[in-house]
Design a protein. Structure first.
Length: 268
């Protein structure tokens, strides 16, 4: 599924180029792991001569520890660990760094550099816009016409996981603001695990004059939480999750390159 190790040199590193370990969240829902496998296959295809591995933080295999062990056993001296996470909350700031600290102790010969999360990259905002437009149908035919023959105001609920950190949730709210700035749509943020809920966000959009409301998931993959959002708001259209998309390989490899550059500066 994934390509062989690349042998092109990079400044500051011996051959082969560092491996990429793409770390997904993990879910009890098999659709999630299948989607992330497809995402990582696309990432690997974009640079087929770099060793690319998929690992999961929880609930799915292989684990981060297992993949780090396999990469070390193959003889790699350095790997970039790229979190396939849309937010920089507990998993990115505490959980994954802790796992990597333990892995460095277990494999002192293997350098491990953690890359930045995907975050609210504008390219992903564009993908959410495209998923929303696809859900609206050809020429936006799911949005009804008003008395004057114009499309009625559209409201979009950007639905995310939610975190225990209010600061992390505030950063996620920026996704809705960016989408509004890009499209002119009325937008609100909601969370699957905390407030505001999807029904609260829909009510806010209605109060602002939105006559048609659509839910745009800020999720990489479908799963139990996206099902929860569907069940909570069954009477509105739900767009598809981000899923495999041309933006993701671009962003992940940007994160990889940036992490390597930063690591080379530290070691210089």
């Amino acid at each position: 599924m994934f390509g062989p190790v690349r042998v092109t040199p990079i400044s500051g590193y011996a051959q082969p180029r560092p491996a990429l370990i793409a770390v997904a969240h993990g879910s009890r829902d098999p659709r999630s792991a299948a989607t992330m496998s497809a995402v990582v296959a696309d990432i690997a295809a974009a640079r087929p001569n770099i060793d690319v591995r998929l690992a999961f933080l929880d609930l799915n295999a292989p684990s981060v520890e297992q993949v780090v062990h396999a990469v070390a056993a193959q003889g790699h001296r350095h790997a970039v660990v790229a979190p396939l996470l849309l937010g920089s909350a507990y998993h990115a700031r505490v959980d994954l760094p802790g796992l990597l600290a333990a892995a460095r102790t277990a494999h002192p010969q293997l350098g491990l550099t953690q890359a930045d999360v995907l975050g609210s990259d504008p390219r992903l905002i564009t993908t959410v816009r495209d998923r929303t437009l696809a859900a609206l149908g050809p020429a936006g035919d799911r949005v009804p016409l008003g008395p004057a023959g114009d499309r009625v105001p559209l409201g979009v609920v950007v639905a995310a996981v939610g975190a225990a950190s209010a600061a992390a949730n505030a950063r996620t709210g920026e996704v809705a603001r960016q989408l509004a700035g890009m499209t002119g749509w009325l937008t609100e943020i909601c969370f699957a695990t905390t407030e505001p809920s999807v029904t609260q966000a829909i009510s806010r959009l209605r109060a602002q004059g939105a006559e048609e409301v659509l839910v745009a998931p800020w999720f990489l993959a479908p799963g139990l939480l996206t099902d929860r959002l569907l069940a909570a708001a069954p009477d509105v259209v739900h767009a598809q999750v981000i899923g495999p998309d041309t933006a993701l390989p671009e962003i992940v490899w940007d994160r990889y390159d940036t992490a390597l550059t930063a690591a080379s500066r530290v070691s210089a």
